[in-house]
Design a protein around this ligand. Structure first.
Ligand SMILES: [Fe+2]
Length: 293
């Protein structure tokens, strides 16, 4: 995932010291890379006057799938564009094997790739044992049409509906994780970032985050709590631009065949969290969708 941030230094410090991501150098436009896996980058931060969601990358099974997806998006007239050698290199993709589209419902840019360069030095956890960049969620003007598009054209499966299009949790089939993406309705009429998520390996990581955030005046906007849908234990906090970042522990896994049907979960306040946590007003409400290249 790539984010735009208003103060690169400040959000870089937040990513490293508060969330425990490992700095992994700078890119050609001064963007800063961070890792939480063996890959060359999991999160990239760009300096911008308009903080928000810049881009996400989806890993496909192999290069044949990348070409198949490219043809599919050409037929849908989404104008997919293979990244040039420098762009691919800066992102750790193999040359001529990654392309970019703008998803028409949210306006978000997605890169599709089959391989990302890996480092010989493993990610070394510091303040939290991050297992992976888990997912992100976007709010869109028409959540129903958007969700339908993701299922029909982008290959996602619905794991659960929360309320009537309040949030739909989608898995990037055949990835077994309950959700790699969430889609919610926008109350402003504009698409915006809901949150980004990092999964942790220990429940202690959630508890430690609670006290670390408090100690450092990082606003906690939801949690700790436990989602009734994915069974994840979570805590959400605001980054320096007011964008919502989440840690979660545990998640339901789905088999590739014979998976259960999606459920239609209550979105009533008393059903929203198993422990009684309530989101703050500024939860998941900041972060514009990047409209530039
Ligand atoms: Fe989440």
């Amino acid at each position: 995932v790539a984010l735009n941030v208003s103060d690169l230094g400040r959000t870089s410090a937040f990513a490293e010291d508060m969330f425990g991501l490992a700095p992994a150098g700078s890119g050609p436009s001064g963007e800063r890379r961070f890792r939480c896996s063996s890959r060359v980058n999991d999160l990239i931060l760009f300096q911008s006057d308009n903080p928000g969601f810049r881009r996400a990358g989806w890993e496909l099974e192999d290069e044949e799938q990348v070409d198949r997806a490219f043809s599919h998006f050409e037929k849908l007239q989404l104008a997919p564009r293979y990244l040039d050698a420098d762009e691919a290199d800066a992102l750790g993709f193999r040359k001529n094997a990654a392309f970019r589209i703008r998803e028409p419902h949210s306006g978000a840019q997605f890169d599709y790739f089959a391989y990302m360069e890996e480092k010989s030095v493993p990610f070394r956890p510091t303040v939290a044992k991050i297992s992976r960049l888990g997912h992100f969620a976007l709010n869109v003007p028409d959540a129903k049409a958007t969700t339908q598009f993701y299922v029909d054209q982008l290959g996602f499966e619905v794991s659960d509906y929360v309320g009537d299009q309040l949030v739909t949790l989608l898995r990037a089939f055949p990835n077994p994780l309950h959700h790699s993406m969430g889609i919610g309705g926008s109350r402003t009429g504009q698409a915006h970032l809901n949150h980004i998520n990092f999964m942790v390996t220990d429940i202690d990581d959630i508890g430690r985050a609670l006290y670390r955030f408090r100690e450092n005046d990082v606003p906690i906007v939801f949690g700790p709590g436990r989602h009734p849908t994915s069974d994840s234990i979570f805590i959400y906090a605001l980054d320096p631009d007011g964008m919502t970042w989440e840690y979660s522990f545990g998640m339901e896994l789905f088999p590739e065949t014979g998976a259960r049907k999606p459920r239609f979960m209550s979105a009533r306040a008393e059903d929203f969290d198993m422990w009684g946590a309530r989101p703050a007003k500024n939860f998941a409400s900041s972060g514009a969708i990047h409209s530039g290249l």
